[in-house]
Design a protein around this ligand. Structure first.
Ligand code: C2E
Ligand code: CA
Ligand code: CA
Length: 567
C-alpha cells in the first residue's frame, strides 16, 4: 500500500545565512533529499517563511546576520500563529549562543564550521520527524482557526480539572453566534472566519486573566470551562464589543448560556445544560444571556421523572379521559352536539398533571403514541357505552399528534376501533393541530385524504395559531376549523381580534366548513360569535372538561330539554 508520504513532494527547507559559501555547502549536503530555498538575512527569511508557511518543514538559521539577526527572526516567528509551528535549527559558531537559541525555542543547533555531512543530515531528519509528530498531536489538540482546544481534548482536560480539583467551582459557558450561517452567506466565509478568530482571541485573553480552558466546535459554538465569575455579562459584553468593532454597520449578535458549578456534576453534563440554556435564547436579541437555574433544573428532573413514570401509569390506569362539550349555538337554547376527549394524568405522588406539561414532552420522543392510543380506545369505548345507555350516538373528537399522523398503521388502527365498537365513522372525529400541516404538507394531505375517504371527519385544531397559509388551506380537505383560543380571549376588548375572528368566520364560510370557537368563557364572547354565525362553541362558559360520570349529567339534561319540547 502507498503511504501518504511516498506520494508527497520533497520536504522544503529554508536555509538562512549571509555567507554564500555556507549556503552552498548546505545546498550540497541537503540538495539530494530536500527542496531548498534561501535567504541572506533575517528580513528575507521572514518573508520566505510567510510565503511558504504551510509547506515549510524546517528553517536552518544563522544567528549573526546584517539587517535582521536570527534571534529577531525567532522572536517574530514565535509571536506569529502562522509561523510558530515551523521548527528552527540554529547555525552557530559560538558556544555561548547555543543556550540562548535553545531557550528561544530553537529545536536544535548545528555548529559552524559545518559538521560532517552525516551529522547535518541526521539532525535535520530527526528534527523534521519530531516536529511532524508533534504537529500531528497539536493538530488534533488545537482548532487551527482559533487556536482553542478541539472538542475531544477540551473535554479530556475539563474532566481532568474536574477530577483533580473537585472543590474548585468552574462553570460551563457556551457562546453562540446568532444566525452565523447568514453572516457567512452575506459577508463571505473569510469574514466569518475573522469573527471566529476574534472571539477565539478574546477568549484566550480572558483566560490569561482567569483560570480556565476553552474550545470551539460545530462552527460557531464556543465552550468555556472557567473559574466562577460574579457576572457573566462582563464576559459577554467583552466578546460582543470585540466583534462590534470588527465591521461597523454589520451587527453580529452573540448569545451565552451558563451552567454554574454543581457539586459532583461532570463537565459534560454541565455543558449539556449550558447549551440548553444557550439555545433557549435563539432569536431573542433582547436577552443574550441565560443562566441555567434551579427552576430549569427542577423542570428537567420532573421531565425525567414523567418519562420514567409513563409505562407504569398506563399499566396502573393513572390516565383518565375527560370530556368537554361542544354546543351548537345556531339553536336557542344552544344544544349539546359533541365532545372533545382530553387526557388527564392522576399521578400517585404528583397529583393531577395537566396535559400541557407532559404532552409536549412525550411528543418530543415518540411516547405520545402510547398516550393517544389509550385515549382513542377509551373514547371509542365511551361513545359505544353512551349509545347503549342513551340510545343515540354522541360524536366525540380525539386529538392526533404529529407523529400519529405519519404512522403508516394509523388508518387501520382507527378503522379497527370503529369496527370493534360498532361505531359510525362520523361519530369519531379527529383533531389535527394546525402546526402539523406545515411539517410535511404533501404527506399529510395524503393521510388526511385517506382518512376522509374512509368516512372520518377532520377538524383543524388551533387554527390561526400562525402556521398555515391561506393557500394551503384551500387545498386541505377538512371538515371543521377550530379557531385558536387566543382570538377569543380578547374579543370583548380588542377591535383587531374582533376583526380577525370575523375574517376567520368569513374564510370558513368561503371554504364551506363549519367553525368551532374554543375557550369561550363569557356571555359577551358568546354573543359576538353568535352574531358572526359561528357554528359551535367549546369553553368554560358551558363547561370545563369533565369525567364521564359528570358529563352524563349534561347528556341527561339535554334529553330532558328535548322531551319537554316534544310534550
Ligand atoms: P387543545 O386540543 O387545544 O385543547 C383545548 C384545551 O383548552 C384543553 O386544555 C381545554 O381544557 C382547554 N380549555 C377548554 N375551554 C377553555 C376555556 O374556556 N378557557 C381556557 N382557558 N381553557 C379552555 P387541556 O385539557 O389542558 O389540554 C391542553 C392541550 O393538550 C390540548 O390542547 C391538546 O393539544 C393536548 N391534549 C390534551 N389531550 C390530548 C390527547 O389525548 N392527545 C394529544 N395528542 N394531545 C392532547
Ligand atoms: Ca384539541
Ligand atoms: Ca385547540
Amino acid at each position: 500500500m502507498i503511504q501518504p508520504d511516498q506520494i508527497q513532494r520533497p520536504k522544503l527547507i529554508l536555509v538562512v545565512d549571509d555567507q554564500e559559501m555556507n549556503r552552498d555547502i548546505l545546498g550540497v549536503i541537503l540538495g539530494d533529499d530536500y527542496e531548498l530555498i534561501y535567504a541572506e538575512n533575517g528580513e528575507e527569511a521572514l518573508a520566505q517563511m510567510r510565503t511558504h508557511a504551510e509547506r515549510l518543514s524546517l528553517v536552518l538559521l544563522d544567528l549573526v546576520m546584517p539587517v535582521m539577526s536570527g534571534f529577531e527572526v525567532m522572536e517574530a516567528a514565535r509571536n506569529d500563529p502562522q509561523l510558530r509551528h515551523i521548527p528552527v535549527i540554529v547555525l552557530t559558531a559560538e558556544k555561548s549562543a547555543e543556550l540562548e537559541a535553545l531557550q528561544m525555542g530553537a529545536a536544535d543547533f548545528i555548529t559552524k564550521p559545518l559538521d560532517v555531512t552525516e551529522v547535518v543530515l541526521a539532525r535535520v531528519g530527526r528534527i523534521i520527524e519530531l516536529s511532524e509528530g508533534r504537529q500531528l498531536i497539536s493538530a488534533a489538540e488545537y482548532d487551527r482557526l482559533t487556536l482553542l482546544y478541539t472538542r475531544s481534548f477540551f473535554f479530556e482536560y475539563a474532566s481532568r480539572l474536574f477530577h483533580f480539583y473537585p472543590e474548585t467551582r468552574r462553570d460551563a459557558v457556551v457562546v453562540n453566534i446568532e444566525q452565523f450561517h447568514s453572516i457567512n452567506a452575506l459577508s463571505g466565509r473569510e469574514f466569518g472566519d475573522k469573527v471566529l478568530r476574534l472571539i477565539g482571541d478574546e477568549l484566550r485573553s480572558f483566560l490569561s486573566e482567569t483560570d480556565g480552558i476553552a474550545s470551539r466546535f460545530e462552527a460557531d459554538r464556543f465552550d468555556v470551562y472557567c473559574a466562577q465569575q460574579p457576572d457573566y455579562h462582563v464576559l459577554l459584553n467583552r466578546l460582543q464589543e470585540s466583534v462590534n468593532r470588527l465591521l461597523p454597520g454589520v451587527s453580529i449578535h452573540l448569545r451565552m448560556g451558563v451552567m454554574p458549578w454543581r457539586e459532583g456534576v461532570e463537565p459534560v453534563a454541565l455543558f449539556d445544560r449550558a447549551q440548553a440554556a444557550c439555545s433557549m435564547l435563539r432569536g431573542d436579541y433582547q436577552n443574550p444571556l441565560m443562566i441555567y437555574d434551579e427552576k430549569m433544573y427542577e423542570k428537567e428532573l420532573l421531565n425525567q421523572r414523567l418519562l420514567n413514570d409513563l409505562r407504569p401509569a398506563v399499566d396502573e390506569r393513572q390516565f383518565r379521559v375527560f370530556y368537554q362539550p361542544k354546543y351548537d349555538i345556531r339553536c336557542d337554547p344552544p344544544r349539546l352536539s359533541s365532545a372533545e376527549a382530553l387526557i388527564r394524568w392522576n399521578h400517585p405522588e404528583l397529583g393531577m398533571i395537566s396535559p400541557g406539561s407532559f404532552i409536549p414532552l412525550f411528543e418530543g420522543n415518540g411516547l405520545i403514541g402510547v398516550v393517544d392510543a389509550f385515549v382513542w380506545e377509551e373514547a371509542a369505548r365511551q361513545i359505544a357505552a353512551w349509545r347503549d345507555k342513551y340510545g343515540f350516538l354522541l360524536p366525540v373528537s380525539v386529538n392526533l399528534s404529529r407523529s400519529d399522523v405519519f404512522d403508516p398503521t394509523l388508518t387501520d388502527r382507527l378503522v379497527k376501533l370503529i369496527e370493534t365498537n360498532g361505531l359510525d365513522f362520523k361519530s369519531f372525529k379527529l383533531e389535527v393541530t394546525e402546526s402539523a400541516y406545515t411539517d410535511n404538507a404533501r404527506e399529510l394531505l395524503e393521510v388526511i385524504h385517506n382518512l376522509r375517504e374512509r368516512g372520518f371527519e377532520i377538524e383543524m385544531d388551533d387554527f390561526g395559531s400562525g402556521y398555515s397559509s391561506l393557500n394551503m388551506l384551500s387545498d386541505m380537505p377538512i371538515d371543521v376549523l377550530k379557531m385558536d383560543m387566543k382570538f377569543i380571549r380578547n374579543i370583548e376588548t380588542s377591535e383587531t381580534d374582533r376583526r380577525l375572528v370575523s375574517l376567520i368566520l368569513d374564510i370558513a364560510a368561503y371554504l364551506d366548513v363549519s367553525v368551532v370557537a374554543e375557550g369561550v368563557e363569557t356571555e359577551g364572547q358568546l354573543a359576538f360569535l353568535r352574531e358572526g354565525r359561528c357554528d359551535l362553541v367549546q369553553g368554560y362558559y358551558f363547561s370545563r372538561p369533565l369525567p364521564p360520570e359528570e358529563f352524563e349529567k349534561l347528556i341527561e339534561r339535554e334529553i330532558a330539554i328535548e322531551r319537554s319540547k316534544t310534550t
